[in-house]
Design a protein around this ligand. Structure first.
Ligand code: NAI
Ligand SMILES: O=C(O)C(=O)[C@H](O)COP(=O)(O)O
Length: 373
């Protein structure tokens, strides 16, 4: 068998070598010529898996080590008999951590308290539901919008997008990129969307760039229809709009899901799926030797600190979004390199808190967020 693997997928080396030839290549160099005689490809968002790549090839299975799969032409694959899989939820806690960091930095910058603010979450799947839980723990009012879930589960916990536009102080997008259909999300945030916002919310987009119309969001900022913008995902990555970058409160190079935990999960799920498909007998394969940051103990002294400060300090000690923002602004042309060379980031459960003078109920909240003690 022959496997083509994106060389930026970590922890994977050695997994498939016992079963055939393995070729590691940059996603951008995975061409029709390269995949022609391959049986499977293990990929990321940087390889467009469509007819142009796959027609006439022997590829039978595609595993993308990512949550999103808008880079796979699923209609073409279905019709060509090529099976595919993504890695649902693999880096959803990483995106939750990204949003948590963004919220606390925004609150500091714009001088508001998160407690009592209303956040509208558009798309309440693996990521959105974790963000919702976190926001509830920190005392925000949470509005959930997810028409597909509302149709199947009933209206009880959901609101319309209209209501979010009317009520929300912050709107965060966690939908897949759907180009067509009843639940299309392409340019979900367009001029019409921005024209109908009641409370000048802050907008956060960490799902896919094309969900927000870049031209419309710039106009919305100029007209003060929104009071802030956090972008992790951009139209036309990696050649992003530099004028838009300048206007963002926080701008990062599509790394919300880039914790090492999320990467390791994506790799494990991809190998397990390949094993099941080709009956390789390594269905429980797990990524190993996932790096730790230099410091995994967080010392918190709650003396004179408010609940929000204590929780914010703990979250920012695990991941400070301003580091990624600085790196991108410093050299936006390095968008792809910043992603490829991303530093070690680990999720909340890797960290142990040593607390002094922190009230018991705040300790409980930190525990709920996922910290160890
Ligand atoms: N920036 C990054 O590094 C990352 C970005 N992502 C993006 O985030 C997206 C969401 O991830 P998950 O929550 O894991 O996916 P998911 O599939 O678990 O959840 C998506 C939710 O969106 C809902 N939805 C679909 N169309 C909608 C619409 N028009 N309006 C409102 N809700 C709608 C679905 O019903 C579903 O509940 C992914 O598809 C991916 O594009 C995911 C991981 C990392
Ligand atoms: O999982 C997703 O969906 C994402 O957007 C990923 O975090 C992007 O990952 P790469 O394709 O850059 O590995």
């Amino acid at each position: 068998m022959k496997f083509i693997i994106d060389d930026k997928i970590p922890y994977i080396e050695g997994a498939l070598e016992p079963f055939g030839e393995v070729v590691y290549l940059p996603g951008s160099k995975t061409t029709a010529k390269i995949v022609k005689d391959a049986d499977a490809i293990v990929t990321r968002t940087r390889t467009i898996c469509n007819e142009q790549l796959l027609n006439g090839s022997s590829v039978k299975f595609i595993a993308t080590a990512t949550i999103g799969f808008d880079h796979i032409d699923t209609n073409y694959c279905d019709q060509a008999g090529i099976k595919w899989t993504n890695a649902p939820g693999c880096n959803s806690k990483s995106v939750e951590q990204y949003i948590a960091s963004a919220l606390f930095v925004l609150a500091k910058k714009h001088k508001f308290k998160l407690k009592g603010k209303t956040i509208g979450i558009v798309g309440v799947g693996q990521v959105g539901s974790k963000v919702a839980r976190l926001c509830e723990i920190i005392g925000m009012k949470v509005l959930l919008n997810d028409p597909p879930r509302e149709r199947s589960e009933g209206p009880d916990q959901f609101v319309s997008l209209e209501e979010i536009k009317q009520q929300a102080d912050i709107i965060t997008l966690h939908v897949p990129l759907n180009m067509t259909g009843e639940d299309a999300t392409y340019h979900l945030a367009d001029a019409v969307f921005f024209n109908s916002l009641a409370k000048k919310p802050i907008l956060i987009n960490s799902c896919r760039g094309e969900v927000v119309d870049a031209a419309a969001v710039k106009t919305a900022l100029d007209k003060q229809q929104i009071s802030g913008l956090v972008l992790d995902c951009w139209e036309n990555e990696p050649d992003i709009d530099l004028e838009l970058l300048d206007k963002c409160d926080l701008a990062t190079p599509h790394i919300a899901g880039y914790s090492k935990d999320g990467k390791a999960n994506g790799t494990s799920m991809s190998i397990q799926a390949i094993s099941r498909f080709f009956k390789l007998g390594i269905d429980n394969w797990q990524a190993r030797e996932v790096e730790l940051p230099a410091q995994t103990v967080i010392r918190l002294d709650g003396l004179n600190g408010s609940e929000e400060e204590i929780i914010g300090n703990a979250i920012l000690a695990t991941y400070d979004i301003r580091d990624d923002d600085r790196a991108l602004r410093n050299d936006p042309a390095q968008f792809e390199k910043l992603r490829g060379d991303y530093p070690v980031r680990r999720e909340f459960p890797v960290f142990t808190i040593k607390a002094e003078n922190v009230p018991t109920d705040v300790l409980g909240k930190l525990r709920e967020i996922g910290f160890n003690f």
